[in-house]
Ligand binder design. Sequence first.
Ligand code: HEM
Length: 178
Amino acid sequence: MSARNTPTQYGWITKSLHWIIAIGLWAMFFFGKYISNLELGPDNYHLIPRHKAFGMLLLALITIRILWRVTNPPPAALPAKPMEHLLAKLVHTVLYVLMLATPFFGWIGSSATGFSIPFFGLFDIPLIWGEDEKVADLFLMLHGYAAMAMTALATMHILAALYRHLIIRDETLRRMVR
Ligand code: HEM
């Protein structure tokens, strides 16, 4: 199987990045919701740096994914109504924006709390905002909203893929899996 996309097929790099990031983002959404509802104490405090480290890892993978997408065009779209093409393009573009914005808002908000962002105990990720409670509150709130909007859109994206697979019975889902 080719590493790069061809005019008719996705390469293995695109497929791997797609599925690793998809699973990672869903897991991070539930992880984030879980920690934000916890009574934080010495037993579970380590979960926040864990959430931040996995989030930064995903931000790196998403950046690679976008650079790969720009330098490696996807295969031609399969036949569909013009409205469906337009909607798919819109959902994909907004998904890319939210995939970047969600961890980026988390990074700004977390930096503004003044707490460090350790990367699995290996090194500290630079803070990109000075300590400021208002900025921390604002960006962590935006972080939560962006994560919710992204999850809602990802659900639409999954339903559209299932519709094409089960009702239209075309190659849309199969060519991202096989
Ligand atoms: C990569 C994708 C990420 C997703 C999908 C995600 C998702 C979430 C969600 C759903 C929440 C709960 C929001 C709420 O209900 O109020 C949350 C909280 C949080 N996230 Fe993320 N997050 C991601 C990355 C990051 C990154 C990169 C950082 C920082 C470097 C970060 C820092 C935080 C912090 C500090 C909280 C608040 C925890 C608390 O309530 O004490 N997140 N995240």
